[in-house]
Write a protein that binds this ligand. Sequence first.
Ligand code: HEM
Length: 421
Amino acid sequence: MVQFTSPQNRALNSFDAGERPSSAGLRPVLHRVTPMDYERIYERYQELQRYVGWTDEDAARVASVAGLAEPFFLPLVEDFYEEIERHPAARQVIKSPEQLARLKATLVNWLRELFSGRYDREYVTRRWRVGWRHVEIGLDQVFTNVALSRLRRGLMRILAENWNRDIPFLLEVRQSLNSLIDLDLAIIEDAYQTEHLERQARSARLATIGQVAGGIAHELRNPLNTLKTSAYFLRHVKSASPEKVGEHLERIERQVAIADRVITTLTEFARQPLPTLSPAPLVECVQEALGVNPAPGNIRVHVDCPADLPRVMVDRAQLSIVLANLIRNAYDAMPEGGELKITGSAADAAVELIVADTGIGIPPENILRIMDPLFSTKTRGIGLGLAITRAILDKHGATVRVRSEPGQGTTFTVSFVRAPQ
Ligand code: HEM
């Protein structure tokens, strides 16, 4: 442990010589931080100063003990890095002895600025930069908090043990110094959080792009492979029968339709325009959707909607996307066959549409996520269909509820806004 009461280590002077420790910290330009950001950061700092009741007297008080504190900076810094050595999660961000030497110089400078009495834009910018840099190197913010707490204890002890003026003034100095350190921490933490959140958002965006790209690749590869095989057949098998040629042309058409659906889903997801609402007959829309999405041979479809079902406020083009997604989702859930039942009923100011299948169902742990973008448990599909459905329904002021029993089936209940009669 470093002795704070024997500060005669003049190695400190080596940090005074020549340039400031710029390689470790005081680079003139902050990456991606614009002059407007500097201004915002400084204004925020001033607001925090007002919050703690910081005045010019506080600044003067702290500066008045700079001479007393300075000889102890190096032992303080040595203690700071000795402690880091004992904590692997903190230590691992320091990569080399050269970097450590640079860091020590940086911290001495940081302490010197703390007692400078000048807390201007440049000061605040450099403080903010500490948090920014710590995110960059992957240092957990808790280590900055505790390291600063340790420095604060050291500084308080130094003041107490070397004080030769009146005690009430010591108490005032301590208070001012504490406020100053708290302000430093607040601004470092602000930077840390801002940068950290930005990074998280960035990596989430990258992960999403990766997931979408992977999904598209997966979805398009099968149709493309089939197209390739059929094209090869048509080009090379000269004596193919007309039936065989017809079969391959049909295959090509089917695969093009599959690829087209992938593209349509993506554009629907990307576009999502605001709906243009008008009264529409729900039963007719359901029938249309079933016409465009016919059931596979092993699935029975049963529609039960009263003829006088009130009309609903919808954008018909968008409703057809919703219905197509719910219907296809039900088909996919019944690979071994089953029944799709679509029921409409009027309820107060709403009209409810229930889409129920007798398929494989959804395990309870997935039920809350099935409408999240890119969530899919199917071997095929990008996982956007139900997300699009929910987004469209949200914009319609409609709600959707899901109930499911694994092995028994799933029921989607959509509650539409009823059109004025
Ligand atoms: C009181 C708390 C701390 C303060 C005031 C502080 C101060 C600073 C400053 C001023 C910089 C330079 C920023 C710039 O590039 O402009 C910096 C960077 C850095 N800090 Fe801290 N730090 C603190 C805690 C820690 C802790 C606990 C560690 C843990 C190992 C750490 C490791 C580093 C590292 C590795 C860098 C990058 C140095 C480089 O450029 O090579 N810091 N810190």
